[in-house]
Write a protein that binds this ligand. Structure first.
Ligand SMILES: [Zn+2]
Length: 240
């Protein structure tokens, strides 16, 4: 991802926290290069699992997560945040009317084409959905169609299978009752040979702070060994 000063980078994500968890250092890198970064967030993440917090428990989760998104984006140096207004589809269960996954790929990609054109996007950044969340995968499919009619370069953050295997091993020790004990290890994340690793050590601390801003959400990196945490967060893994 070669971004230069003054270029326009549009980061398209499904939920508040996707700008920081998978894409935080790609945003920080763009901002450091002098780019103008816009985050387009498809939903307000109201189906996310909520971490209890006496300060915000009385508020709707959508409201809390939208505020967290704005705070994390500001920390990362994002210039503009736009919500696309779809409902969070959730990880599984029936797809509700108005949710992201209820939108056809055609209509979603047409919307993205219009937004990318309006924003004069030169780079598009997103997450490839390698964690298996259906909103992430649906949005990725629409973005892949949308960029075909655009000159913008697409960068997709990903989760390498090798690190996901290490993550499962550590989770099995930390939370022996986790559902991940039963998961197909080969299907986790993306094959390593489809990814390029880019050093992002200089953005590691900032990325951690952006992640911590999402107080209503449990970080999948919490409690990991420092070595594995750095392997995930001090390196960007992007699709070739
Ligand atoms: Zn998400």
């Amino acid at each position: 991802m070669k971004v230069t000063a003054g270029q326009r980078v549009v980061v398209v994500v499904a939920h508040p926290d996707d700008e920081s968890f998978p894409c935080g250092s790609l945003i920080a890198r763009s901002v450091a290069a002098g780019a103008h970064v816009t985050v387009l967030c498809a939903t307000r993440g109201e189906q996310g699992e909520r971490v209890p917090d006496a300060a915000t428990d009385h508020l709707p989760l959508a409201e809390v997560r939208e505020a967290e998104l704005h705070a994390a984006a500001a920390l990362l140096g994002v210039a503009t945040v736009e919500l696309l207004g779809f409902a969070d589809s959730g990880f599984d269960g029936p797809v509700a009317d108005g949710s992201l996954c209820a939108q056809s790929i055609d209509s979603l990609s047409a919307l993205l084409v219009a937004r990318l054109k309006h924003l004069d996007a030169e780079h598009v950044v997103t997450f490839d959905g390698s964690d298996g969340h259906r909103d992430h995968l649906h949005l990725r499919a629409a973005i892949e169609v949308a960029v075909q009619t655009s000159t913008a370069a697409l960068t997709m953050a990903s989760l390498p299978n090798s690190l996901m295997r290490r993550w499962v091993s550590e989770m099995q020790v930390m939370q022996p009752d986790t559902v991940y004990l039963d998961i197909d290890l080969d299907a986790l994340g993306a094959p390593d040979d489809e990814l390029t690793a880019i050093d992002a050590a200089e953005f590691f601390e900032l990325r951690l702070r952006a992640i911590a801003t999402h107080r209503s959400q449990r970080s999948p990196y919490d409690g990991l060994s420092p070595d594995l945490q750095r392997a995930f967060l001090a390196v960007d893994h992007v699709r070739n």
